[in-house]
Ligand binder design. Structure first.
Ligand SMILES: [Zn+2]
Length: 309
């Protein structure tokens, strides 16, 4: 039988909070070389990583995956979906990953953190489409099968981390991450539709250096820069520029994905097949400037005619 000394527990917790707030904890700056296995659990010491990129993959409509008569299919969906995302994070050498809610999140720091994080995110989008195709083929015409699939968010910030939990019981300890990245990546994921990846302003600043990311491959109408759109991440603090992000609608191409992903992970930024696409973009910009000018002239003329009457 569970017995709790409630009064003593509450008093002890209150004293611990009082002690904690009376003097700030120690912070050890680890730069870009954080080691999660070294995190203290008892000492009031946090480790700081200079810049970490968080990727959150959130399963859309997962609350509607019932456990009643569909318990077995729901179990299969979780295994395939969450298992798949964890595998992807691992393949891209995530420095930390955790299953969280109806999805998973990963953190990347150190060398090529933005490249690994963004490529993992695009891989999750690509996997998500295949997953839903399989789901719908396995349970066709099932009214109760919700429109599901992964929504992906990516954000970056400095983070503080400490192992928190019961001392001497590793099963009851988890690293706790304090800082914007995880929270912002979760909000970015929540705000988009399935199979879409949203990135914050800082992450876009890194992504846009790569022509392998900013333009689509030569298939179809490509290479095209329209695969990304401006996207405001909702529910971030007022005035936070991180909210001015971008959203990616496309995924890895079956033909070019392998080559593009490898190039990005090697740090290659420039492509040599974009002269035509860039010339077209410049022409389109020029046309819109001219159209705007003509529109203004017509409006001025109309105003003059109206004045003459
Ligand atoms: Zn292609």
């Amino acid at each position: 039988m569970t017995q709790v000394g409630l009064k003593g527990l509450i008093e002890e917790l209150d004293q611990a909070a009082k002690d904690e707030f009376a003097s700030g904890p120690e912070v050890v700056d680890k730069g870009h070389e954080l080691d999660v296995d070294e995190l203290p659990v008892q000492a009031r010491r946090w480790h700081k990583v200079t810049d970490a990129v968080a990727v959150v993959a959130d399963l859309k409509n997962s609350t509607r995956l019932g456990t009643g008569k569909h318990a077995k299919s729901t179990a299969s969906i979780y295994q395939a979906s969450t298992g798949g995302v964890v595998r992807i994070f691992d393949e891209f050498d995530a420095d930390f990953l955790a299953i969280q809610g109806d999805g998973a999140f990963a953190l990347f720091w150190g060398e090529m953190r933005y490249e690994r994080a963004i490529c993992a995110g695009i891989t999750i989008k690509t996997f998500s489409l295949d997953l839903v195709r399989r789901l719908e083929a396995r349970w066709p015409n099932d009214e109760e099968l919700p429109k599901t699939g992964f929504k992906v968010g990516v954000a970056a910030s400095r983070l503080l981390v400490k192992r928190v939990g019961t001392p001497r019981n590793p099963n009851q300890q988890e690293p706790v991450w304090a800082g914007k990245a995880v929270n912002y990546a979760a909000k970015a994921a929540q705000g988009v539709d399935r199979h879409v990846m949203a990135v914050t302003g800082t992450v876009w600043d890194q992504a846009e250096k790569y022509e392998y990311l900013t333009y689509s491959c030569p298939c179809g109408d490509g290479p095209s820069p329209t695969i990304w759109s401006d996207h405001t991440i909702e529910r971030l603090p007022d005035g936070d520029l991180e909210a001015q992000g971008r959203a990616l609608s496309s995924q890895w191409c079956a033909i070019h994905g392998e080559e593009f992903c490898a190039a990005i992970l090697r740090g290659e930024k420039k492509r040599d097949d974009l002269d035509h696409a860039k010339a077209q973009e410049a022409a389109a910009r020029q046309r819109s400037v001219l159209a705007l000018k003509a529109q203004r002239e017509r409006a001025a003329l109309r105003a003059r005619i109206a004045g003459l009457r």
